[in-house]
Design a protein around this ligand. Structure first.
Ligand SMILES: Cc1cc2nc3c(=O)[nH]c(=O)nc-3n(C[C@H](O)[C@H](O)[C@H](O)COP(=O)(O)OP(=O)(O)OC[C@H]3O[C@@H](n4cnc5c(N)ncnc54)[C@H](O)[C@@H]3O)c2cc1C
Length: 306
């Protein structure tokens, strides 16, 4: 069977594309690893999505999914491993080697947390190293932890963790943190955080669980050890685009180049919406907007090529 549209990703862009595709009555399959994407990792309330003055990330996603699920589209929980072109159609493979055929594809796989890439990081994932304070924070109750990254994501993570942990080191590579003033004020008020700048993390150490971080003070060039029971990495994200080489053009950040009007990539019928494309302002509302745009453009493409 050939689908009209396959959507890859269940974050704001993919969910919105699904709602729009159902409205256009096209035969659609949405494949996603999970629902929510980065919004599920948002540690403090969201206050910039219209209609909700303040809402928690998981709560907003629950509402999105409740909106999508009754619609007439198929949903599959799986990870896409590859997308290929086969004559006029696209072949979408999951990592379990299942294969689906479609006339159009919207890639909405967003972005993954950027790893630190230091020794010990990979080994201690799930044993003290985390990329999601909202998911894992409560496990670290009464411990001393480090948040790596002094941008808004790092500070928001620290603000959330302050509800549980004994002490938080916020470690920033640059001489100054980049977080908004308001986030800096809130974390100061918690009385639990110590901010250290000019930090180059060199290693995460431990036995069965993380017990320390080794870093270099970039000013003095001295190596230091910080005893911590957990490490939260908050140094930004990278587009989840590795499964789509060949059919699209990338910029230097591995973001997919698209036409502004339609979110179409260089391959006709292949669209990219949300955080994985070159759009500069990566927000829930912009991801939703692009998901809508891409679904309508996919519908237009199908009609034109009937
Ligand atoms: C800590 C943090 C705080 C933020 N705070 C805000 C805020 O307050 N307000 C705001 O507007 N925005 C905020 N953002 C940004 C916002 O979360 C993103 O812009 C938005 O989630 C992008 O949506 P998306 O659908 O493009 O991608 P994502 O949210 O990344 O969703 C991608 C989806 O694709 C799935 N996926 C990935 N790879 C595959 C694959 N190979 N196969 C199948 N499925 C796959 C994932 O499981 C996920 O469901 C924040 C982001 C972070 C990290």
């Amino acid at each position: 069977m050939i689908y009209d549209l396959i959507i890859i990703g269940g974050g704001p862009a993919g969910i919105t594309a699904g709602i729009y595709a159902a409205r256009q009555k096209i035969n659609t399959l949405l494949i996603t690893k999970d629902f929510g994407g980065q919004v599920s990792r948002k540690a403090v309330t969201i206050d910039n999505y219209p209609g909700f003055k303040e809402i928690l990330g998981p709560e907003l996603i629950k509402k999105f999914v409740e909106h999508l699920k009754p619609k007439d589209i198929k949903i599959k929980t799986a990870q896409v491993g590859k997308v290929e072109k086969e004559e006029e159609n696209f072949l979408v493979f999951t990592t379990k080697k299942e294969k689906f055929l479609s006339k159009t594809v919207i890639m909405a796989s967003g972005a993954d947390p950027r790893p630190l890439e230091v020794p010990g990081e990979k080994e201690f994932i799930g044993k003290g190293v985390s990329y999601c304070s909202i998911c894992d924070g409560p496990i670290f109750a009464d411990k001393t932890v480090a948040v790596i990254g002094g941008g808004n994501a790092g500070f928001e993570s620290a603000i959330f963790l302050a509800n549980y942990v004994k002490k938080i080191y916020v470690l920033e590579y640059m001489p100054k943190v980049a977080a908004d003033e308001i986030n800096q004020k809130v974390i100061k008020k918690s009385g639990k955080a110590e901010i250290i700048t000019n930090v180059a993390v060199k290693e995460i150490k431990g036995q069965t669980f993380v017990d320390s971080i080794i870093y270099e003070d970039r000013k003095t060039k001295k190596k230091k050890t910080l005893p911590v029971g957990g490490v939260f990495v908050e140094i930004g994200s990278q587009p989840a685009t590795s499964f789509i080489k060949g059919l699209v053009d990338f910029n230097e950040k591995d973001e997919i180049k698209v036409e502004f009007e339609t979110c179409q990539t260089k391959t006709p019928g292949l669209f990219a919406a949300g955080d994985l494309n070159v759009g500069r302002y990566k927000q829930i509302i912009t991801a939703c907007g692009e998901g809508a745009k891409a679904a309508l453009a996919a519908y237009g493409y199908i009609q034109k090529n009937k």
